[in-house]
Design a binder for this molecule. Sequence first.
Ligand code: GLC
Length: 481
Amino acid sequence: MSDVELLSRTIDLTTTPVQTPTATSVLFATAEYAPEIKVGGLSEASSGLVGCLRSMGVDVSVVMPDYGLIELVEAREIPLVGLPSWCPEVTVRTGWSPRSGPLTLISFEGSARRHPYVDPETGTGWPDSDHFFLVFSTAVAAIAAQTRPDVVHCNDWHSAAAIGLLAPEQRSILTVHNLAYQGQTDPAWRHRWGVHGDAFVHDGAFNPLAGGISLADHIVMVSESYATEVISRDGGFGLHERLIARGDALVGIRNGIDIGLWSPAEDPMLPVTFDHDDLAGKEICRKELLRLAGFEHDKGPVLGVVARFVHQKGIDLALELAPFLPSLPAKLVMIGSGSPELTRLAQDTAARHPHDVHVFGGYDEKLAHLVVAGSDMLLVPSRFEPCGLTQMQAMTCGTIPVVTDVGGLRDTVTDTDRHPRTGTGYVATAPTSMSLLDAVHRATRGWQNGRKRASIQRRGMTADWSWAAPSSAYLGLYGTR
Ligand code: GLC
């Protein structure tokens, strides 16, 4: 099957009709859920989609591991029955979180931890993550057996293995937010997965994501372009043949953003609000950002970066722009956390270029909103990007995105120089610092042209980045096999 054929089957959000719910109950399993447990985009994509589905009348039950970090009001605790003998005892805690509504938490010995994936002190992964998430997945399947939802919706490898334990009549969906993380572990785990054990063996390992991909009724990639990238050898992280084998079951549905949280006209995290008819407030946010970054001279645009500091996100590529900033002129402001090496690289670069680069240490939600809304441009220099959310958040705030031509970035940002009438930002043709420099250079020139800048901003601010159309596309899948 060619990429082109697959592309033609991806779901076009502009023409997706509004769906009336055909599935009324969904068991939604995730390792992260904003604002409670937030490492990356998975958290915001989960809560954004669930919030929108609930507003459409769908009964969504969110289930996640009990890291011991969420206070539940009116919590009820019930021991989970029907688990296999290898599994530890599990308690299901259901209740209400004032910040994110009804939640179901899976509690077992050792489930409490300060971070879902890594030891925050050392930055290294927890050594028992495989056991942890395979217990979680087993519990998800046991809950499904008891509550019999219309559909079980799993996200990433953390819950993908549940799909191998579901009853044959149970409908299932797997959303892949990032194919790079597959949860490979000891092949002996297959003996605990009954009739579907072999489906999980890939390249000699037990691979939860691979098994989920082979067994789910639908596999969703989080953007149309990503759905085509993953069936290539380069983008498939070893799973492209499995994905190709699923044919029509693989689709792309681009994420939305939570417009309740990302709307500059009513964002309580910003010093002042603004909208597309009056950008005066954006200028105040910009001044505040420059002040906090310690930049005195206000020359040229401010380029913001809000990202996890991992190789995928191209943090190093953005930092390579530092020597060129004075001549553009532009300033670079970064916020994020992640790999200790990239954090050190960012801090060292800022120390060498104190007038051009500022790095806010650690991640702070309020500051992240200020960087997105107060910057003139948002740089997203990813090497690959399944969807990416910050470029859409930026456009909502009148911040012009400068992105690489990959995955969801390609699907959401139109290059202004190539498409002057519809452009919403600038697209670097390759994930290299040279190509990025070219895009930033074009963006800086465009920014200096007030009229051009205003029309790019207006197009981004008035586009619909909400979850409405993506949720309708999911609803369409929920009702089918
Ligand atoms: C992951 C991907 C990102 C995507 C997010 C939500 O973090 O890297 O591209 O937007 O998941 O789906």
